[in-house]
Design a protein around this ligand. Structure first.
Ligand code: MOS
Length: 764
């Protein structure tokens, strides 16, 4: 194949330094360094990489939820001029069959899905064929001609109908913290306490709807090397899984994801279009692109349907006596996908008697997958609605009730928090919101034909760091080049990490280039769990420290340079120079140091490990306090979220502008979760009905009003060496609860199921 366009493509892969931002280290609201490439279209996404020799694959999906393929007639499809092949379970090339080859970095316990592996259908929408043609249009048309005969079996797709079949999760599940053992006797304490509440809530299925659909463009060169542009949250996770599945050596595969148009968890695991595109490229020895349609975005995992019950009991002064939180979530029959749903309750509030339980129901669905703040988005919703109910039962202000039960230590483990400025979040957000002006009784506030409700909730999420490597190269022309196989799924990673490097080396942001999104770069984990800044940032910060030492050693050797005899602690790196802390006039420009020692560049690598000892002695978490105002028109059942104030404690904020964007995005999604988003299943067919953006409602600008974000800074050197935590997920947590609580305050109606659509507002 030809690679004539490669040079122009590679140019598009370079993030651009933001012009005119000047010195921009940690804490400065620098504009995105990749912003120019994105708005000018030079940033290419997975499906946009051109090639003159490309085949196009279109996926055919199962129309039944469970059964067996009796026969597939691909003759009419193959007869269409331009169709090259139709891959099915009957004619696919041999591939590895054992589960372990398909287990990616974040696979849950169980048996992963293997595309085109066999004739059995396990869920509606399961990919069953790939039609490959010389053009996308031909492939799409031919895909419509594939005829399938099924033996249809009975299926179960409703969580609520199958609640009795619940079972504890498989303990092998990686990355999942099971609920802690019970404390005291929660059921007895609940029975005896003077004030108690029971909150049952249900949340429907949600699907990720990033702007960019999942896509893989596989370039195959004459020697059989595969350069794959894939929409993913981890290029090395995809590469490693492909190596395992297809038995290929590392040198044969490069996966790139330098620009990702949103992912929110949908790209944590390699998705089926990647396997199918690679399968076709290997079989046909051609370059292949497979792009999913918006409808197919509803076929590979979702936020699971969830049922919860929270029972709280308290003394009359508000002190919690018993806390019982039970959750049941759906999973597929092949994998135990399980989120941390109930643990947050015991972490947020201390009670002597606590029972937290999480169980699963196996359904004929695709395995659910992480979606922004997986588990917390639901679990914190339930506990925060329950706390609101309890506050009314006690006749106590909802915020006061939180303060009465404020956990100074993690109630689950007894460990101290590495940092926890939640109290300051409550204070600052309540003051900004004007919470003290709230009239406590439901239905007490009204304006025109709308009831006004004020509600609040707490949010929390993990703060974590993983292992990563980074390289840092300082060039004699003054440029600093930093690399790591990290991802930027739209979160601002390019910019934040560039700022960390700029700060570490005392350079203006324009002189820093951070390269990510390539599996050949130094090792990085997936971008997930709000951990990337702490993880990749620490690797880059460590590499820069190594580079500073190297430059200082060279500087000491320059006779008359002013650095002779200094110790490393006596110098600092500022304004592009190495200089004495106590005598800043004694300074050497960094390029001058390299030139004086006849070096055109200095390069280092660094492996960063989380501080396991300190982290295991603490609970590391981020927190938020969310206050909101809703306007409810009871005649129409409409709810408008007029104002949201969210105060966030998430360590040091590297870039207040991109961090704010993360929080605002999370709040907007919280509005969607509370009021709009749900994928409904026709259980007779076991099939999602509204798998498109006209019927799956995500919030639009008309749904979004005032959003005010406050950062309460912490400096947490246990979570990361920069003091930063992460802000990717905390923005959404607690938002739906605050809205639900505000709707109750407005109307006196407690809505039990999400989303709280107008029909429910009117009916209850
Ligand atoms: Mo996030 S759900 O870990 O992408």
């Amino acid at each position: 194949m030809t690679r004539t366009t490669l040079e122009t493509i590679d140019e598009g892969q370079q993030p651009m330094a933001a012009p005119g931002t000047g010195q921009a280290g940690i804490g400065i609201p620098a504009r995105r360094v990749d912003g120019l490439a994105k708005v000018t279209g030079r940033a290419r996404y997975a499906a946009e990489h051109p090639s003159e020799d490309l085949l196009y694959g279109v996926v055919v999906n199962s129309t039944i939820a469970r059964g067996r393929i009796l026969s597939m007639d691909t003759g009419r499809a193959l007869a269409v001029p331009g169709v090259v092949d139709v891959l099915t379970h009957e004619n696919r090339p041999a591939h590895r069959a054992l589960d372990r080859y398909y287990k990616d970095m974040v696979a849950p316990a169980g048996s992963p899905f293997k595309p085109l592996h066999r004739d059995e259908i396990e869920c509606s929408g399961q990919p069953i064929a790939l039609v490959v043609a010389e053009s996308f249009e031909v492939a799409r048309y031919a895909a419509s001609l594939v005829q399938v005969r099924y033996d249809v079996w009975e299926h179960g797709t409703s969580l609520l109908e199958h609640l009795d079949e619940r079972h504890p999760p498989n303990p092998e599940k990686t990355g999942y913290t099971p609920p802690p053992p019970p404390k005291g006797d929660a059921d007895a304490a609940y029975a005896q306490a003077p004030v108690k509440t029971e909150t049952v809530c249900y949340s429907g299925v949600e699907h990720h709807n990033p702007m960019e659909m999942h896509a893989s463009t596989v370039w195959r060169d004459a020697r059989g090397h595969l350069l794959i542009h894939d929409k993913s949250q981890g290029s090395q996770n995809c590469r490693d899984t492909l190596m395992n599945v297809f038995g290929l050596p590392e040198r044969k595969i490069t996966v790139r994801n330098p620009f990702v148009g949103g992912a929110f968890g949908s790209g944590l695991r390699p998705q089926y279009q990647l396997f199918l595109a690679v399968m076709a490229a290997l079989k046909l020895e051609r370059s292949v692109r497979v792009v999913l349609t918006r409808q197919q975005m509803f076929t590979f995992g979702h936020r699971p349907e969830t049922w919860q019950r929270v029972r709280l009991a308290a003394e009359r002064d508000g002190r919690l006596r018993a806390l019982i939180h039970e959750a049941v979530t759906e999973t597929s029959r092949r994998e135990d996908y399980v989120e941390v749903v109930v643990n947050w309750s015991g972490q947020l509030y201390n009670a002597d008697n606590v029972r937290l339980e999480h169980q699963l129901v196996d359904l004929d669905v695709y395995t659910p997958i992480d979606m922004r703040a997986p588990g917390a988005a639901h679990g914190v919703h339930a506990i925060e609605v329950a706390m609101d109910e309890l506050s009314y039962a006690l006749g106590m202000d909802p915020l006061t009730l939180r303060l009465v039960n404020y956990a100074e230590k993690d109630g689950n483990t007894g460990l101290p928090f590495s940092s926890k400025e939640l109290r300051a979040c409550y204070d600052r957000a309540a003051e900004r919101f004007g919470w003290h002006r709230r009239l406590p009784a439901p239905r007490a506030m009204r304006q025109g034909n709308e009831l006004v409700g004020w509600g609040m909730a707490t949010g929390t999420w993990d703060a974590m760091q993983m292992q990563a490597r980074a390289s840092a190269t300082f060039h004699a022309d003054g440029r600093l080049e930093v690399t790591c196989a990290a991802s930027d799924i739209g979160t601002g990673t390019y910019t934040a990490i560039s700022q960390i490097a700029a700060e570490a080396m005392g350079l203006p942001l324009e002189q820093v280039i951070f390269r990510l999104g390539d599996s050949d770069l130094p090792k990085a984990p997936i971008e997930g769990g709000s951990s990337h800044v702490a993880t990749v940032g620490s690797a880059v910060d460590g590499a820069c420290e190594r580079l500073r030492r190297l430059i200082w050693r060279l500087a000491r050797e320059i006779r008359g340079g002013g650095m002779e005899g200094t110790s490393f602690n006596e110098v600092e790196f500022r304004d592009g120079t190495i200089r004495l802390r106590d005598d800043p006039a004694r300074a050497l420009p960094l390029p001058g140091v390299l030139r004086a020692r006849r070096k055109d560049k200095l390069a280092v690598r660094y492996l960063s490990e989380p501080n396991q000892k300190a982290q295991s002695a603490h609970t590391c978490a981020v927190h938020s306090a969310v206050f909101c105002e809703v306007r409810v028109d009871e005649a129409l059942g409409t709810v408008r979220v007029a104002r949201v104030v969210s105060a966030i404690a998430a360590g040091r904020i590297i870039n207040p502008m991109t961090a704010r964007s993360q929080i605002v995005g999370g709040i907007v999604w919280g509005i969607g979760q509370a009021l709009h988003e749900e994928t409904l299943t026709d259980h007779r067919l076991g099939r999602f009905m509204n798998h498109n953006l006209s019927e799956y409602h995500v919030p639009t600008n008309a749904d979004v009003h005032d959003i005010d974000v406050i950062f309460v800074e912490e400096d947490d050197r246990i979570v990361s060496r920069m003091g930063a935590k992460g802000v990717g997920e905390i923005g959404i947590v607690g938002v739906s609860a605050a809205i639900s609580n505000a709707i109750y305050h407005a109307t006196g109606k407690r809505l039990r199921s999400l989303p709280m659509t107008p029909d429910k507002v009117m009916a209850s």
